[in-house]
Design a protein around this ligand. Structure first.
Ligand code: ATP
Ligand code: MG
Length: 723
């Protein structure tokens, strides 16, 4: 192992080596983008274990995304082999969750507590608005949700908030209080709660705290600039007696201020962790000289910085290309054209990152890519586990695991329809309130007492029997069987099968995919500790980013928001929609601090690029269905002109919808259509082929018809003809 480590150390520069092998103690690596911070962090763990005889069991490593955590685990396994086992590597949320599962009793949680995502949380808050008679127009549920989460991020419980003058705060506190109670009673834990609860668990439990403090003697954190207050407190509590605490970060890349992250935590770390050694890395290994100069110039417009310089020994490289599209479609066509040129020159699709400020921008880009037959994946975009039909299926399972989960009960008691209406649910709610029990128990009581009219009673009885069956199956069968049962036996699948149209078809496919997800989960994930496979799977569905990666990401262009691009790198990067109002986003206009955060986000985007960078914008963009004139982003103007090459539009030429014979042929040899091809259908008229799946007889194509919208059709029956 030692030889391999020293081999690895060879490819570190002296400053990086100094950081990796810094004497035990507190270490802050403060350095710009692409200078090797993440690399240093991983090597330091390897160094601790193989050179300093530290046990992996004593290491706690925190990263920002699940993807980054996965990569880190992989690299450590590669460097250390089995010695890497037993280490806690994960995101703040993932690690806090692990702790709460292990110590649910001490944390005053139900054993089968469920993690809920932002959407579920918003649903709960909406429901509280109704119960508490709060006006949705005056106090937007989304804003109150933000209020609650910010308070939790600050470590503040509702009980600690006294009533205040402003009517708004008063209502917010009131909702917060009831929200806490509701979650408590139903065994639900939101993301912010994971951390707060885990912090309180340690704080109020000397024995546990002592145990973990004695265990995690080496603590390491990546992307430290994006920690919020509660994460900082959690870390410092755990790391009080640690022999080494290593944090790495870049104040210029702090982009989660809107979610409560505090750049000041970097300074605070230096103050509160004694004798912190600070290492600065200044050599950038990622980008060309031109890209780096642009990034440096851009970020120099921010006032409050800790100040760093970055240089590269690499080549100057190509100028940054700026393109002004006529509108967003023209912009997208330009992107596609340049991607195609890259591919023609032998580049790979996976080397390309297409970044944008807001999720909504992806649609037009996606359509252009589809038409051109270029494979792509949207990272962090469509969150599989957040889709309605998936949540329905999961709600059945949640109820099976935790019958107190009233939200899930309400979600599916009448989905598919069983004749159970609002009136019946209200009746159950009354019983639940009077007898202090869950809706599930209330339903059983109501049935026993025969207080529900016959027809409805039958529906409810069927529902209760169904859940009880599934509960029995949980004890006996495998996870995937159970997931399958919940989809079939609940009637959910049949319900969508009875519906016609593309939407229902998509839902059916998604439900089938959920069974695949459960099968994969069974095969790939070790079930932890005292969790049942089902409970572990449910936690996974809400904690993971939710991308069901199709395993093809390797050959795909990667589309993502600038926020999700943090820490990643691509040889070729496009940043689209470089327009004032979009990027910087209009909500940052009035506030200099959020303008600086937008600029940091732009800095993150620019520094993702290794060799080629494109900044594109549109002169007109459709916003809420109306064409708006747009102005070029100030961020482009902040980059020195001599680093930029503007590409002019081919004025007045409308790009033809390019036919690409090189793309995957659909169907059997010879009969195939191409993606992007124009076709005609006897009933739906003309349209464009935008997707396909399956093989041979089972081939289905996705056609976007000019008049009838998009539809999935079985190729064998559809009578499609090329135009
Ligand atoms: P970011 O701020 O974007 O998170 P970072 O500081 O974490 O960046 P890394 O991702 O660790 O930087 O490294 C950037 C790139 O430079 C990676 O491709 C990495 O492999 C490479 N790199 C880092 N150090 C060296 C080195 N000493 N020699 C060669 N390549 C290096
Ligand atoms: Mg990094």
């Amino acid at each position: 192992m030692e030889t391999s480590l020293s081999q690895h150390l060879d490819i570190l520069n002296p400053a990086q080596q100094a950081a990796v092998t810094a004497p035990l103690g507190n270490l802050l690596v403060l350095a710009g983008a692409g200078s090797g911070k993440t690399r240093v962090l991983v090597h330091r763990i390897a160094w601790l274990i193989s050179e300093m005889s530290v046990s992996a069991y004593g290491v706690l490593a925190v990263t920002f995304t699940n993807k980054a955590a996965g990569e880190m685990r992989g690299r450590l396994r590669h460097m250390l082999g089995s010695e890497a086992e037993g280490m806690w590597v994960g995101t703040f949320h993932g690690l806090a969750h692990k702790m709460l599962r292990l110590h649910w009793q001490e944390a005053h949680l139900l054993q089968n507590f469920q993690v809920i995502d932002g959407d579920d949380q918003l649903q709960l808050i909406r429901r509280l608005f109704k119960t508490l008679n709060v006006n949705e127009d005056r106090f937007e549920p989304k804003k109150i949700q933000g209020y609650i989460n910010r308070k939790k991020d600050e470590g503040v419980r509702s009980a600690a908030l006294s009533h205040v003058e402003s009517a708004y705060d008063q209502v917010a506190i009131e909702v917060y209080r009831h929200y806490e109670k509701l979650c408590e009673g139903s065994g639900l834990v939101d993301f912010a709660e994971l951390l707060l609860r885990s912090y309180e668990l340690l704080k109020n439990n000397v024995e546990l705290l002592t145990y973990y403090q004695a265990r995690f003697l080496h603590v390491l954190v990546d992307e430290f600039q994006d920690t919020n207050t509660i994460q900082y407190l959690w870390l410092s509590l755990l790391a009080v007696h640690a022999k080494s605490v290593t944090v790495v970060g870049d104040d210029d890349q702090s982009i989660y201020g809107w979610r409560g992250a505090k750049i000041e935590n970097i300074r605070r770390f230096e103050r509160e962790f004694s004798e912190t050694q600070v290492v600065r890395l200044e050599q950038n290994y990622r980008s060309t000289g031109t890209i780096l100069s642009a990034a440096n110039a851009l970020i120099s417009h921010n006032g409050s910085r800790l100040g760093k310089t970055l240089w590269t020994a690499g080549e100057k490289g190509d100028p940054i290309i700026v393109y002004a599209g006529f509108n967003e479609e023209d912009e997208a066509l330009f992107v596609v054209r340049e991607i195609r040129a890259w591919l023609m020159e032998g580049g790979r699709a996976s080397e390309i990152g297409v970044l944008y400020r807001s999720n909504a921008q992806s649609r037009v880009l996606e359509e252009a890519l589809v038409r051109a037959g270029i494979p792509y994946s949207v990272y962090g975009g469509l969150r599989f586990f957040e889709r309605a039909e998936i949540k329905d299926a999961l709600a059945y399972l949640r109820l099976v695991v935790n019958s107190k989960d009233n939200t899930s009960f309400e979600r599916v008691v009448n989905v598919p329809p069983r004749g159970i209406g609002d009136r019946t649910i209200e009746k159950l709610q009354e019983i639940a309130a009077e007898e202090q029990c869950s809706l599930w128990e209330a339903a059983k009581k109501a049935l026993e007492r025969g207080i529900i009219a016959n027809r409805i009673g039958a529906g409810l009885a069927a529902f209760v029997a169904l859940i009880e069956n599934l509960m029995a199956e949980m004890v006996e069968g495998s996870l995937s069987k159970l997931v399958q049962a919940s989809i079939y036996e609940s009637g959910l699948l049949a319900f969508f099968k009875d519906q016609k149209g593309e939407k229902a078809q998509n839902r059916i496919e998604n439900l089938e995919e959920l069974i695949n997800a459960a099968t994969d989960f069974e095969n790939e994930y070790p079930v932890e500790n005292n969790l049942s496979p089902l409970a572990a799977f449910l936690a996974y569905t809400s904690l993971e980013a939710g991308d069901r990666e199709n395993g093809q990401a390797e050959s795909h262009v990667q589309l993502m928001t600038l926020h999700s691009a943090k820490g990643l790198e691509f040889p070729l990067v496009f940043i689209c929609g470089m327009e004032d109002g979009l990027f910087p986003h209009h909500f940052s206009r009035e506030n200099p601090q959020s303008l600086e955060e937008e600029r940091r986000l732009c800095y993150v985007g620019v520094t993702r690029a290794r060799t080629k960078l494109y900044l594109t914008h549109a002169e007109k963009r459709r916003v809420f269905g109306r064409d708006e004139e747009r102005r070029i982003s100030r961020f482009i103007r902040e980059i020195p002109e001599n680093l930029i090459k503007e590409i002019n539009r081919r004025v007045s030429i409308r790009y033809p919808h390019v036919q690409t014979p090189s793309v995957i042929p659909i169907g059997e040899e010879g009969e195939g259509f191409c993606l992007g091809q124009r076709v005609t259908h006897p009933k739906f008229g003309e349209g464009t082929v935008i997707d396909h799946e399956g093989m041979g007889e089972r081939t289905r194509v996705h056609v976007k018809f000019d008049v009838f919208g998009s539809k999935w059709l079985a190729l064998a029956y559809a009578k499609l003809e090329a135009v």
